[in-house]
Design a protein around this ligand. Structure first.
Ligand code: CTP
Length: 403
């Protein structure tokens, strides 16, 4: 994070998910950030000031009438490098959208000139209410990053969208925004589809043909797109990673499932990135019962070809001006193979990974060359998969039609 400790204001709203934000705070402080926690007065009913002060190492105030000579309601916001509001309640989003400022947090939101990330959490009805949705749209139109809540178990027995995403995922998004500054939100209002993971082709109820893809690169693409304010649909094939904060995750198993999910999501997408390792072939027959080892000589597995989703999308372009990106893992004659593949598939960008012993599958780092159909070639040196993802989005953004 550099030599200077980034200054983060962590605004805490009055939601039960405040208890999860203790973990988010820990991640910020352990990463070296100087965090000022600014809860609303009601938020202290869920988690008290002592907890925030102990975890942040800084004093906690909720109102504008404490410490008046220091003018904290102006100073905190002006000095911050990043403001994160979690949980952002319906009431807080409303007050932020309309510039109401009766306490320290809402004053800070008005004086901050740095990026602001909201992580909403509330009951599904409140999230889906037109008032909340309009407030979210208003905040986004002004450049704020509002992470869509996750779906799942809420406070009571009910489930639906409204859950606070996992603290680790909010932290990742916040770090991306902190690193990119206010230029972060260049995918605002765009819908992007990312495929991730590796498909499985069933042989029988317990066995499949699969591959070693873990989904790390696709998840990094989804996470970075959320940080750049895109609406993200992540089509995930057999991935054992937590859902990226703010992305809509569609789980699939086989190449056929993936094709259906990607084509459906791509209908109104501005960009599609096919990072998944899709099986080129599937067994011609799937046995309904487990294959037994009764025979001394095993029967050969007959394979049939799967449809090529990337080639199909690139030929059809479900939405005019859609930017389509493919991935290619190559072991030899990397660039020549990749150029031919780019032409064959008909996509706009091809991210070419040289697959070696220590790169690509399951590692946090990646390295690539991106080839564009318009002739541009960009080398991405070895680094975190998130950095590679940001370069891919930079290239996609430059090719999106103006609105
Ligand atoms: N892909 C796809 N549908 C398939 C197979 C692959 O959409 N049935 C996509 C992958 O998501 C990836 C790119 O195509 O973006 C990878 O190309 P791939 O098909 O694996 O390369 P191949 O055509 O298999 O080339 P080769 O096997 O010759 O290396």
């Amino acid at each position: 994070m550099g030599d200077v400790r980034p200054r983060v204001v962590l605004g805490v709203g009055a939601g039960i998910a405040a208890y999860k934000v203790c973990e988010l705070l820990r991640r910020f402080t352990e990463g070296g950030a100087d965090v000022r926690v600014v809860p609303t007065a009601d938020a202290l009913r869920f988690v008290g000031a002592a907890t925030w002060e102990a975890l942040s190492g800084n004093p906690v105030a909720t109102g504008v009438w404490e410490d008046v000579p220091e003018v904290p309601h102006v100073r905190l916001g002006k000095q911050a490098d990043l403001v994160v509001v979690a949980p952002a309640t319906a009431d807080l989003l409303a007050r932020a959208a309309h510039g109401l400022a009766h306490d320290l947090l809402t004053n800070t939101l008005l004086t901050a000139r740095c990026p602001i990330v909201y992580a909403p959490s509330m009951h599904t009805e409140m999230w889906e209410h037109p008032a909340t949705q309009d407030n979210v749209a208003l905040l986004r139109s002004r450049g704020a990053i509002v992470i869509d809540p996750a779906s799942g178990r809420l406070t009571g027995a009910d489930t639906g969208p409204g859950r606070l995403p996992e603290p680790a995922e909010i932290h990742e998004t916040a770090l991306r925004v902190l690193r990119r500054g206010t230029a972060a939100a260049d995918l605002t209002g765009r819908h992007v589809v990312v495929s991730a993971g590796g498909t499985r082709e069933a042989l029988d109820p317990v066995r499949f043909l699969g591959n070693r893809s873990t989904g790390l690169q696709g998840y990094a693409l989804a996470r970075t797109a959320v940080a750049r304010e895109a609406k993200v649909t992540l089509v995930a094939a057999n991935v054992a990673l937590p859902d990226p904060a703010g992305a809509r995750v569609v789980d699939v198993v086989s190449a056929a499932d993936m094709r259906a999910a990607v084509l459906e999501a791509a209908r109104d997408a501005d960009a599609v990135v096919m990072a998944a390792a899709v099986a080129d072939f599937r067994p011609a027959h799937r046995q309904d019962t487990k294959i037994k080892k009764t025979d001394a000589k095993p029967a050969p597995i007959e394979l049939v070809k799967n449809p090529d989703i990337l080639a199909e999308l690139s030929a059809e372009r479900p939405r005019p001006g859609q930017v389509i990106t493919g991935f290619a893992a190559e072991t030899d004659d990397v660039l020549a193979n990749a150029r031919a593949k780019l032409r064959r598939k008909g996509c706009d960008l091809l991210v070419v990974n040289p697959v070696g012993e220590t790169l690509a599958f399951g590692t946090p780092d990646n390295q690539a060359v991106v080839l564009a159909a318009d002739g541009e070639t960009v080398e991405i040196p070895r680094g975190p998969k998130e950095d590679l993802a940001d370069v891919v989005w930079d290239l996609v953004v430059r090719r999106l039609p103006a609105r």
